[in-house]
Design a protein around this ligand. Sequence first.
Ligand code: ATP
Ligand code: MG
Length: 180
Amino acid sequence: MYLKKLEIFGFKSFADKVDIEFKDGITAIVGPNGSGKSNVSDAIKWVLGEQRIKYLRGSKMEDVIFSGTKVRKSLGYAQVSLTIDNESGVFPIEYTEISVTRRLYRSGDSEYYINKSLCRLKDIQDLFLDTGLGKEGYSIIGQGKIDHIVSSNPQDRRLILEEATGIVKYKNRKLESERK
Ligand code: ATP
Ligand code: MG
């Protein structure tokens, strides 16, 4: 499983559609301060279902939509699609490639898609649970995260291990059925 392509439109500083293709090996994104490097990783977190705006470096969700510049009008929606290779069958679906899309309008309306079919946020979150790619996963190590893991209390560290070993999905289902 690996990331193949990230398509961004109207998300943060990306007013024009930008396609980033990830080739084999390591990809590094370089550029001057403020050029949008961190916005790329924010876009990945966002499309994977991140709902906590502080982890996206904003104060309200609308902040992820391109807000315009002196010479450019703001946009009405933000959209990010991420295509992930599934040759190894990590995702329990019959496709060898999987794409997830998230769109947010200024009205606050959101849309989510898996392989171009409309779905719920929960479907996306469920899809990534136990793959290491989910929002609580260990695949995105932000600044300070290593410090946080090393210095976290045993309960929090256990959560990371639970995600890594693939039991979070079952814990969530148990909680859900207890609530019903
Ligand atoms: P550094 O090297 O300092 O970490 P960076 O390349 O990671 O910089 P980012 O933090 O990704 O830069 O990008 C910051 C830029 O994104 C700022 O110029 C900011 O104005 C712009 N930006 C963030 N949100 C929006 C938005 N909603 N609309 C337009 N521009 C935005
Ligand atoms: Mg940065």
